[in-house]
Design a protein around this ligand. Structure first.
Ligand code: ATP
Ligand code: MG
Ligand code: MG
Ligand code: MG
Length: 439
């Protein structure tokens, strides 16, 4: 992508309304724009990151055996009356009337709708287990939307829903998602800790929140320090190995970890003092097992092995990709700007032409841009007629992992300069050597 033809509205001033660093940087780097309180447009740079986060989330859902579909954002109130949640959900639900005066709502979550889809088609225990997920915009009329996309009113969620014949099956489904979440956050470059959590309006009895430690987190959390070093399940994890999956979850729940609402002071104090972590955390994911809470009232039954109808056991599993983008910045930035982990970076390379209009520089940049693009490397080529200082500042701000700078002095010796954004490490090397370093 040539920056001269891109849409990257960088802000020079620090926006006053932004209280935390990720919000400031997302606005300054031209990633998002607020359209109403808690409602954001995703600008091209932000969308690239959001898409990469979604890609990883998808790959790990698919790996664990979940199947993607897509449900609508607008739901019917009647569906929610069946579960009894239409009244119970309260003011966080955005209620709408259509032209025929039918009551609709903008979905804050999809337990009811997925249960309705399930009951329409699945009739036998032989079709279980089943786990269906989607990535769709949700709306919750948060009392206090703040911190940019961290707590917005419209936000993206990956929500998965599992269906099993009995509790044992449902716990295995829960455990699989537990592992998938560990892998997802690890691939995103985040250290997540599963913590025993309250089930809130979703209901149920088994629940973990996946928490990222960060000073700006809205939850107070307590855990054993060793969790920060626990190994994450590998890519070749066999998700059908019930005992193996259970053993991994057992390890990851063997030490103390709880959010404020579930905190047990006595159990926490039993941890050796040096291993206690009391910190702020960001909830990036949340998994629930809630048995027949929805299947019973909504009549989602299957015929069991003995021919009798049984309500299915369900779980639901959420990740907020739009919140994750902000959490990634909270976890990885410096005074100059964002430092994207490579897997989610909007571009891998920022190519800076330090003397636009100089025929040698233009030619060398054009050639390197071609070579990298042909190899499938995502390059943002700063070909604007601007001072080198401004180009350095932009590249640092938007956090591209590798910068390659081409100027007359280096070129005289056939060299370009590489800078690694995360470490600040610099090196003069030939264009060919740069290409092989990063491909
Ligand atoms: P919170 O405690 O932050 O209000 P929640 O417990 O209400 O979140 P869940 O119902 O568990 O949220 O939804 C699953 C995931 O969706 C959360 O873990 C989070 O990643 C994301 N999420 C929830 N609310 C928001 C929001 N207002 N803005 C952005 N992401 C959100
Ligand atoms: Mg909430
Ligand atoms: Mg919560
Ligand atoms: Mg939650």
């Amino acid at each position: 992508m040539r920056l001269s033809r891109y849409f990257l509205p960088i802000l020079r001033e620090t926006p006053k309304e932004a209280e935390i660093v990720s919000h400031r940087l997302m606005l300054r780097a031209g990633m998002v724009r607020q359209e109403s309180a808690g409602i954001y447009a995703w600008l091209p740079l932000g969308l690239r990151v959001l898409n990469k986060v979604q890609k990883i989330v998808r790959e790990e859902q698919d790996r664990s055996g979940a199947i993607e579909l897509l449900m609508p954002t607008i739901q019917s109130a009647d569906l929610w009356r069946e579960s009894g949640r239409y009244e119970a959900y309260g003011k966080e639900m955005l209620r709408i009337k259509d032209r025929h005066d039918r009551e609709m709502l903008f979905g804050p979550t999809n337990e009811e709708m997925i249960t309705e889809i399930f009951r329409a088609y699945v009739k036998s225990y032989k079709d279980l287990p089943l786990n269906l997920y989607h990535l769709q915009w949700k709306f919750r009329d948060e009392v206090r939307p703040r911190f940019g996309t961290m707590r917005s009113r419209e936000f993206l969620m990956k929500d998965a829903y599992s269906f099993d014949l009995d509790q044992a099956g449902a716990v295995h489904a829960y455990n699989k998602m537990f592992l998938a979440y560990l892998r997802t956050f690890d691939r995103l470059g985040l250290k997540s800790i599963p913590m025993r959590a309250d089930t809130g309006p979703i209901g149920g009895d088994l629940s973990h929140e996946f928490i990222i430690l960060a000073d700006t987190g809205e939850s107070q959390v307590y855990c054993h320090k060793d969790y920060l070093e626990f190994p994450v399940p590998p890519a070749d994890t066999n998700f059908d190995d019930v005992a193996g999956v259970k053993a991994t979850v057992a390890k990851w729940t063997s030490l103390y970890a709880a959010t404020d609402e579930m905190h047990d002071e006595a159990a926490y104090n039993a941890i050796p003092e040096a291993s206690r972590v009391s910190a702020r955390g960001i909830e990036v994911g949340h998994i629930f097992y809630f048995g027949t809470k929805y299947s019973e009232p909504m009549g989602a039954n299957v015929q069991g092995p003995d021919g009798k109808p049984v309500p299915v056991h369900m779980g639901s599993y959420g990740i907020g990709p739009s919140r994750v983008v902000a959490a990634l910045i909270e976890a990885s930035h410096d005074e100059a700007g964002i430092r994207w982990p490579e897997e989610v970076a909007p571009f891998k390379v920022a190519l800076l032409n330090l003397k636009q209009g100089d025929s040698a520089c233009d030619a060398a940049c054009g050639e390197l841009y071609q070579t990298l693009t042909a190899k499938g490397v995502e390059v943002l080529y700063d070909d604007r007629d601007d001072r080198p200082g401004a180009k350095f500042a932009t590249a640092d701000l938007i956090g591209i992992p590798y910068q390659v700078m081409i100027g007359p002095r280096g070129l005289a010796e056939g060299k370009v300069e590489m800078k690694v954004r995360s470490t600040g490490e610099r090196e003069m090397l030939s264009p060919a050597a740069f290409v092989s370093r990063i491909t």
